[in-house]
Design a protein around this ligand. Structure first.
Ligand SMILES: [Ca+2]
Length: 224
């Protein structure tokens, strides 16, 4: 077990892409430091889709996905807003809140967020259901070197973490595309069927670096 842990840590440090299929990151305690930094395969995004699954029992604000560039610490952010009881995408430092979801504790939830700079429209998919499309930001791309972090919310490019916005729980199946996925592809992701993996972040070939206490384990399946 100790050897396995060492092996996981060593391979995590090497930052060669890893296949995390069937696995999850565990964020087991509240800190303002522990996080996973994901390496994007490209930069400059005129459109984006980000999907992930998360599992938590937090009853406060928390981050799910944080992408910052030198010009914007909230260039692409997925955030649970406890005061508004909604999932709040932030794109190019503009926020919108989607309310009315059954964001229950202690179970896996699948989220996808799509945006494109031409229309400026954002849409959230949550556990298989699409939201309305809302205008959030148009006319310019997300440009500059992206820093993508799980577990902490960036208030600066790669830092500015806040204990009370940190994530505690499990995260899995993180993908990012530089285009908007079709509803059909999103449905496939939601249902765990075969889908086109992310071309910016791909959970089955993920380059990442762990800081602090974040662990990788198999996703718990009941007796199968
Ligand atoms: Ca913050």
């Amino acid at each position: 077990m100790k050897f396995l842990l060492l092996l996981v840590m060593l391979t995590a440090c090497a930052a060669t892409p890893q296949d995390l299929s069937g696995k999850m990151f565990i964020f087991p305690q509240e800190t303002s430091t522990a996080h996973v930094r994901l390496t994007a395969s490209k930069q400059g995004f005129g459109a984006v889709t980000v999907c992930h699954r998360s599992f938590t029992d937090l009853q406060r604000d928390h981050v799910l996905f944080s992408l910052a560039t030198p010009s914007g610490s909230n260039d692409f952010l997925t955030y649970w807003d406890e005061a508004n009881k909604g999932i709040a995408p932030h794109i190019k430092n503009t926020k919108t809140v989607y309310k009315g979801w059954d964001y229950k504790s202690n179970m896996w939830h699948s989220s996808c967020t799509t945006w494109d700079s031409q229309s400026g429209l954002v849409q959230l998919w949550f556990d298989g259901q699409p939201s309305i499309k809302k205008f959030i930001s148009s006319g310019s791309d997300i440009s500059g070197s992206p820093i993508i972090i799980l577990g902490q919310e960036q208030d600066s490019h790669g830092g500015g973490f806040d204990l009370k916005q940190s994530f505690i729980g499990m995260m899995s199946d993180v993908h990012m595309w530089d285009y908007t996925l079709s509803p059909c592809e999103i449905q496939k992701y939601m249902e765990g069927l075969n889908f086109t993996p992310g071309n910016v972040l791909n959970w089955s070939a993920l380059e990442f670096q762990i800081t602090g206490r974040v662990l990788i384990e198999d996703k718990q399946n009941l007796c199968s």
